[in-house]
Design a protein around this ligand. Structure first.
Ligand code: GLU
Length: 477
């Protein structure tokens, strides 16, 4: 058996897609092994033949690979059945287990040969890095079953034999296994294995403080991959579910995590998982990427007609994972499509009956802005100088009065980035064109209002609205 080298393991059962809570165990076991220059084992616990599926095993392997949790050893529990059997026979020979002939529970009258452990009925103590020294009485357990027959060992025996043979020194796993530990310690003693140090991780709860599950706020890890999260952010964010380094620092690279990780700093109380916080971790890690990487990832996700480098900062500001790019791009599609202003839904400009003067004023503002911008040269067409061009004027007339219609002229939307950002992306000629077209649109509305429907009758009928829309449509297409 190896010296004192730390060996940890992740021992998932491939019976479903594992969620983040499960991978937290893998992350802690990995970090602890690396921190101590030890090794990390991946053991697929597939002894439950009926429920174990290859696709889930594949998913576990893919997930660990994506997270970069490289393991030093990999095996399936089912490949070790002969070892389990070896120890089973040894225990029987030495009087620590016995074959028990029992009637099957189904009432069929069939007699089965189970293997039971000869329970010494003592208090069992074990060291738990998180819970401290734990002592549990084993009397109530009776002579528990450890194998269905010699060739079919059950969970506890398989875990103990496998941990022993792999030289596992630290069993890091979920709190749901605490109650299994006394049985496993007893089996371990019976086969002559040293008792490992345990570290039972507190539960992970959903934000509503109910147990995290596949249905409650926890996705399979590969789903985060598909949504465009960064593996280094997931590693960092998940490590912080129930652990912290005891300092203010939150953003850690893999090496920094390895360096900082301590089992003693894993909290005892349940940890709460928040997807929002995970998104925050992701955004922070995205900011650490080089501009080239950010650009490449965003451009990849953009629709063909939007692949324009100028739009990258505006998109980056609005995403927290690559999967958001498409959603944000959809909202910014107006930058690349011709605007018609046909669905103007700005009540203040439509409410001519009560405020005809507002549209006149807005027209005046837009015309002045147009004149100011026309003076700006192509080579100075950037955020700062555009802002300087308009800033004094908008300060004089009231910022909102000027910037709001300008923003609307450029986006056609109630909400959008600020007008200077838009103008920079659109470029000089498209910016001027959009302002001119909105002016024309508003003039057409006022024409209808004041000339076609009489002096005092304002735009208030559906027909008139329709007309104004049509005029705009023909004028802009
Ligand atoms: N296979 C068990 C599970 O998936 C873990 C056993 C252990 O870590 O000891 O919950």
């Amino acid at each position: 058996m190896p010296d004192n080298k730390v060996v940890t393991r992740f021992a998932p059962s491939p019976t479903g897609l594992l969620h983040l809570g499960n991978y937290r165990t893998a992350i802690f076991a990995y970090l602890y092994a690396k921190k101590n220059n030890g090794s990390f084992v991946l053991r697929i616990e597939d002894t439950d033949r009926k429920r174990s599926k290859k696709e889930y095993e594949k998913n576990i392997i893919e997930s660990l690979k994506w997270l970069g949790l490289d393991y030093d050893k990999f095996y399936r529990q089912s490949e070790h059945v002969d070892r389990h059997q070896f120890y089973l026979e040894k225990m029987i020979k030495e009087g620590n287990a016995y074959i028990s002939k029992e009637a099957a529970k189904d009432g069929s009258g069939v007699i089965k040969e189970l293997v039971r452990f000869k329970n010494p009925n003592i208090d069992v103590s074990f060291k738990d890095e998180i819970k401290g020294e734990v002592t549990m009485n084993t009397k109530d357990l009776g002579d528990f079953v450890i194998a269905k027959n010699l060739g079919e060992p059950l969970f506890h025996l398989a875990v103990v034999v496998d941990d022993f043979e792999a030289g596992v020194t630290h069993v890091i796993r979920g709190e749901d296994h605490v109650s299994n530990t006394p049985r496993q310690v007893l089996i371990g003693r019976a086969i002559g294995a040293p008792t490992p140090i345990y570290a039972h991780m507190p539960l992970v709860l959903a934000p509503d403080r109910l147990k995290l599950s596949k249905r409650r706020g926890a996705l399979p890890l590969t789903e985060y991959k598909n949504r465009g999260f960064l593996p280094e952010a997931i590693l960092n964010g998940v490590a912080f579910v129930g652990w912290n380094p005891g300092t203010e620092k939150e953003i850690f690279t893999r090496d920094e995590l390895i360096e900082a990780f301590e089992l003693s700093r894993v909290q005892k109380s349940p940890a709460v998982f928040s997807e929002e916080k995970l998104e925050w971790f992701n955004k922070e890690h995205m900011k650490l990427l080089s501009p080239e990487e950010i650009e490449k990832n965003i451009l990849e996700q953009l629709p063909d007609n939007m692949r324009n480098k100028k739009i990258i900062p505006i998109i980056f500001e609005r995403i927290s994972k690559w999967g958001d790019v498409k959603i944000v791009a959809e909202k910014l599609a107006y930058l690349f499509n011709r605007l018609g202003y046909s669905d103007v839904n700005l009540p203040i400009w439509r409410d001519l009956e009560n405020h005809p003067e507002k549209i006149e004023k807005t027209l005046g503002y837009l015309k002045s802005v147009l004149d100011l911008l026309k003076v700006a040269k192509e080579e100075n067409w950037n955020y700062e100088s555009l802002k300087n061009t308009i800033w004094d004027y908008s300060g004089k007339e009231g910022r909102g009065n000027i910037l709001w219609p300008l923003r609307f002229a450029l986006s056609g939307e109630k909400e959008s980035p600020d007008p200077f950002e838009l103008a920079e992306i659109l470029g000089r000629s498209e910016t001027l064109d959009r302002i001119e077209r909105l002016i024309k649109f508003l003039e057409d509305i006022t024409k209808i209002t004041f000339t076609e429907t009489g002096e005092t009758n304002m735009l208030n009928s559906k027909e008139a609205t329709q007309d104004s829309t049509n005029i705009t449509d023909t004028s802009t297409t």
